[in-house]
Design a protein around this ligand. Structure first.
Ligand SMILES: [Zn+2]
Length: 446
């Protein structure tokens, strides 16, 4: 794929970005430095977090915890099909010529999308990256698949399943979302055991660590994994306490062959396994990604996903060789995330924010973060397919355009207020969109 965007494309991105915000009040209050906006629109990005689909028909490896089976819950306005910005996305990606989505126009659009997918075949994911100006996309997937090869796609695996070797029947009773989500983890652990040709978890915790946990992480690392991801906030609070190893051993041994641990017993084991997995990931040179956001799901425990709950783990001296990335920047807890940047091994991406929040809202968050710790902030989209007319490419486009716009708003204001020079603003934009991630993962960039 072409790594240098042709000038015409760069211009398209700037125009599309402007169109995205033209209708918002915030835009009128947040004038953009046009040269800075143009510079930011042309930076080839490294996207720290996505659920990009492979080109395999019916790809189901895009998330360990797919949310479509949850009891119905409302999505934020910008993620709904009636968001008029989606039309700008269809224009940018597919050359859609209309300003509405009436039935005949939609039929035409679907035909175009099918034609492009067919024409591009396995090259489709790269074709999308080319359109949105992304050089590398980190794919948070159970496994990679056709169309998702390095150097443009890098793998972030899932490890919550390794933390859940005992029955989760009692945990599932916690709420309607848990009832749907825990079985996915049980199946994924089964898949990991099968990969290792092990029928069931061994009898002791020590054997489980040496025969299952470490070999699974090593397998993932050998397969090109650059980070492991915990989606634990969908399943429990993020309060991974200082683990009691003896308690973890005895809980494991008592219930591994059957029976239901109490919540407190299971938590003791999970807390131990969380830190062990994080330590092993660090030893293998993989970062640890942790979902922290106000959702999703109608029973999701928002208070339980505050990244401050992770402070004891971040402070654990035995985990200082592990780099942590707070994925989605903590959402409404973004200020807590900003405070945690003071830990040497803590980073954050702002994925999903540029899909759910406006550019102006995200700009406010970025300005706070970038004033203090610009080297800890990573661009991310959380690109995911949300329906037949909204493939991952549409959400990747929306998030990428909005993120560039937000960065331009924040940095314009910082230059205007004499907080940074224009060259420094350009350097910060490059760090956030590209080089911070490249450094963290030791990625060779073009
Ligand atoms: Zn995600």
């Amino acid at each position: 794929m072409t790594l240098e965007a042709p000038p015409s494309r760069a211009k398209t991105l700037v125009l599309a970005a402007s169109a995205t915000l033209a209708g918002t009040i915030a835009f009128a209050q947040s004038p953009l430095d046009p040269d800075l906006a143009k510079f930011i629109a042309t930076i080839k990005a490294v996207d720290n977090h996505s659920h990009v689909n492979s080109t395999a028909p019916g790809d189901s490896d895009f998330d360990a915890l797919p949310l479509d089976g949850l009891p119905a819950f409302p999505l934020p306005m910008r993620a709904r099909p009636e968001n008029p910005e989606w039309i700008s996305g269809y224009k940018a990606l597919y050359g859609y010529p209309y300003g509405d989505l009436n039935a005949p126009h939609l039929t035409e659009l679907r035909a175009t999308m099918q034609r492009v997918a067919k024409e591009q075949g396995e090259r489709f994911p790269e074709w999308v990256l080319d359109k949105i100006g992304t050089e590398v996309m980190v794919a948070n997937r159970v496994e990679m698949g056709p169309g998702l090869a390095p150097p443009h796609f890098r793998w972030a695996s899932y490890v919550d399943a390794l933390m859940l070797p005992l029955s989760t029947q009692a945990e599932r009773a916690g709420n309607g979302d848990y009832a749907v989500l825990y079985p996915f983890e049980e199946r994924l652990l089964g898949r990991y055991l099968k990969d290792l040709q092990i029928a069931s978890p061994p009898a002791t915790l020590d054997a489980y660590l040496t025969a299952v946990v470490t070999p699974t992480l090593e397998r993932q690392q050998k397969a090109g994994c650059i980070a492991v991801k915990f989606e634990a906030a969908y399943l429990r609070k993020l309060d991974f306490d200082d683990p009691d190893e003896a308690a973890a051993r005895s809980v494991y041994a008592r219930y591994v062959a059957g029976g239901e641990p109490t919540h407190a017993e299971y938590k003791a084991l999970q807390d131990f396994l969380f830190r062990r997995i994080a330590r092993e990931a660090g030893r293998l040179g993989m970062a640890v990604h942790i979902h922290s956001f106000e959702g999703a799901g109608g029973s999701y425990k928002i208070g339980g996903s505050d990244p401050l709950l992770l402070e004891p783990a971040f402070n654990d001296p035995s985990l200082r060789a592990t780099n942590f990335v707070i994925v989605h920047g903590g959402g409404i807890f973004a200020a807590h995330t900003g405070a945690l940047f003071a830990k040497p091994n803590v980073y954050a991406d702002f994925s999903v924010m540029p899909q759910f929040y406006t550019a102006a809202t995200l700009a406010g968050i970025l300005r706070e973060w970038l004033t203090q710790h610009p080297e800890k902030v990573l661009f991310g989209t959380d690109a995911f397919a949300s329906g037949p007319d909204a493939g991952w490419e549409l959400s990747a486009w929306l998030a990428t355009v909005t993120a560039r716009q937000a960065l331009a708003i924040a940095l314009t204001a910082m230059v205007r207020d004499n907080e940074v020079t224009r060259p420094r603003a350009q350097a910060i934009a490059t760090m956030v969109l590209r080089t911070n991630a490249a450094k963290l993962y030791k990625l060779p960039l073009h």
